[in-house]
Design a protein around this ligand. Structure first.
Ligand code: PBG
Length: 327
């Protein structure tokens, strides 16, 4: 009897680049990408973020330029974070009409509004002197319900300044509902909410806290952000609550260590799912590449494709403009 040759040969479809390209099941598109941008009040030159090579804290001028470059590259959106010159316990600059983030939203919207989606991160941690995401009680706990009013007022200030989408990231219970009601009441029923629904208390945010100058001065975020060891069911409960409160899109954060969660959320939610490739994911790859240990460009693409394949429709990534240019 002749030798048994395999009948099924998966390698047939891998034989050449054109074939591989045609059958690829996962495609990145520039419009899937969202670029986070940091703008710092009162600086004249962009300031490099030491722990995130290639990322800067922008000036009022340079943030407009960065948004313009992203739009030219076809990036889907930008999400702005503000770092105020003065911080206090209430995070007063967060909803000040002349606060750093509102000024940047007006500038960026004037520059590129209509050609790229301009979004605002809605939280207090960049604005509070203690680095926490909300108002504190005397014992130092976050006062959930008092914080909701601050988020509501901040989201309205952001919408007034031109934010086309607001993205609450503080993980307070009821934040989506409170913001929806406030936006509707202020005449912004058309402003969508991209909810950071599933957000873990992650070590992968380390470099961001340099970039946004928002490391908690004491304690941590583990009483509100999810435990990395929590169940997927817990994540889905957060998603269902946010959808019931009116979220228009939901986010999972971080991305690469939580691809199972992204896949589960994709199956559960009938709205767009975003995933945030966070600062630590960025810096790990940049640092390894700087040491000559990995192929930087291939690793960036592979990381993004894996997030897309897991089910994310949108990816927040600090490489958005660079990658969009290559696609
Ligand atoms: C909170 C916020 C954080 C990030 C985005 N929004 C930090 C935190 O929760 O501590 C992290 C983003 C990143 O690490 O790239 N405003």
């Amino acid at each position: 009897m002749s030798a048994q040759f395999p009948h099924a040969r998966p390698r047939r479809l891998r034989r050449d680049p054109a074939l591989r390209r045609m059958v690829a099941g996962t495609r990145l598109h520039p419009a899937d990408l969202i670029l986070p941008l940091f703008v710092k009040e009162g600086i004249d030159e962009p300031r490099p973020v030491a722990s995130m090579p290639g990322v800067v804290q922008h000036t009022r001028d340079s943030v407009r330029k960065a948004a313009h470059e992203a739009a030219e590259a076809g990036v889907g959106g930008v999400i702005l974070f503000g770092i105020p010159a003065v911080k206090d316990a209430r995070g007063s600059a967060a909803d000040d009409p002349d606060g750093v983030l509102q000024v940047a939203l007006r500038d960026v919207t004037a520059e590129v509004g209509g050609s790229i989606v301009v979004m605002a991160d809605t939280c207090l941690d960049e604005f509070t002197d203690n680095g926490h995401c909300g108002l504190l009680t005397e014992s130092g706990d976050i006062d959930n319900d008092a914080t909701l009013e601050r988020y509501a007022s901040t989201a309205v200030a952001q919408a007034r300044a031109g934010a086309q989408v607001v993205a609450p990231s503080g993980m307070m219970d009821g934040q989506v509902g409170a913001i929806r009601a406030a936006l509707d009441g202020a005449g912004f029923a058309d402003v969508p909410i991209l909810a950071y629904s599933v957000k873990y208390a992650s070590a992968f945010y380390g470099p961001f806290r340099d970039a946004a100058e928002c490391a908690p001065q004491f304690g941590d975020r583990s009483t509100h952000q999810q435990d990395p060891a929590g169940s997927v069911r817990e994540a889905l409960r957060e998603v269902r609550l946010d959808l019931a409160e009116g979220a228009d899109a939901v986010m999972v954060k971080p991305a690469m260590a939580y691809l199972d969660v992204i896949a589960a959320v994709r199956a559960e939610a009938d709205v767009p799912v975003a995933a945030y490739q966070v600062s630590g994911e960025y810096s790990m790859i940049e640092a390894a590449a700087a040491n000559g240990w990995i192929d930087r460009d291939r690793m960036i693409m592979e990381s993004l494709v894996s997030i897309k394949r897991a089910g994310a429709d949108l990816i927040l990534t600090y490489w958005a403009t660079e990658v969009a240019r290559k696609l």
